[in-house]
Design a protein around this ligand. Structure first.
Ligand code: SAM
Length: 207
């Protein structure tokens, strides 16, 4: 069809599969991640957010227990790929590393939260989104171990990070997925929330 814009952020992954587009929460708040700062894509899967942040000029460390899906990104400047099982009781594999942005989507292993928060440098931005309780009614997973409790992400970052945005509820096609998502920032000392621009476009979201 003429004049049809090509889809944004649909990439060819190895074996002819197609990378899904980045989550809209990640896309929306990515501009808050300090420019050129290193990003961690934890439990990166096929690396849709790894590629998204590489495209935005960030160095990205992509971590997953299965890294075949991101092999095609390994040669990209700034890309680093780490295969690691994050749940086998081994020490946190990123000890001492700090990131300007940490993105975790569709993954939950609660013992990692202290490490995730500690890995966020001053001014750094946490973008976290995963399924929440209530999703049990809609499909898998049904085990509450893998589902956030109401307000849980707020409780986790509370006291340590400043919340820029938080949502919980049904999203997606036919509102099938019950999700919870947060954008929170480790403010440098002295910075007020009203110093934080929510979007680089000055007209975006204006009242
Ligand atoms: C549903 S996928 C989400 C992928 C990606 N974050 C996204 O939203 O597109 C969950 C990912 O968690 C990874 N994962 C599950 N258990 C893991 C573990 N013990 N250690 C490391 N990664 C794990 C899986 O390999 C998978 O890639």
């Amino acid at each position: 069809m003429e004049n049809m814009a090509p889809p944004r952020y649909v990439y060819n992954a190895p074996a002819g599969t197609v990378r899904r587009k980045p989550g809209e929460w990640v896309e929306r708040f990515a501009p808050l991640v300090p420019a050129d700062g290193p990003v961690l894509d934890l439990a990166c899967g096929e690396g849709r957010h790894t590629m998204f942040f590489l495209d935005r000029g960030h160095p990205v460390l992509a971590v997953d227990q299965v890294t075949e899906g991101v092999e095609d990104l390994a040669s990209r400047p700034g890309a680093e790929i780490l295969r690691a099982d994050l749940e086998n009781g081994n020490p946190w594999p990123l000890e001492g590393r700090r990131f300007a942005g940490i993105v975790v989507t569709n993954y939950l292993h609660r013992p990692l939260f202290p490490h995730i928060l500690a890995a966020l440098e001053e001014g750094g931005v946490l973008l976290y989104q995963t399924l929440a309780l209530g999703h049990t009614r809609k499909g898998r997973p049904s085990n509450p171990e893998f589902l956030l409790a109401p307000g849980e992400l707020l409780d986790i970052v509370g006291g340590e990070l400043s919340v820029v945005a938080f949502e919980q509820g049904r999203v997606g096609e036919n509102k099938q997925a019950v999700t919870q998502r947060i954008c929170a920032i480790r403010k440098p000392p002295g910075q007020a929330m009203d110093d934080i621009p929510l979007h680089p476009d000055p007209d975006f979201g204006a009242p």
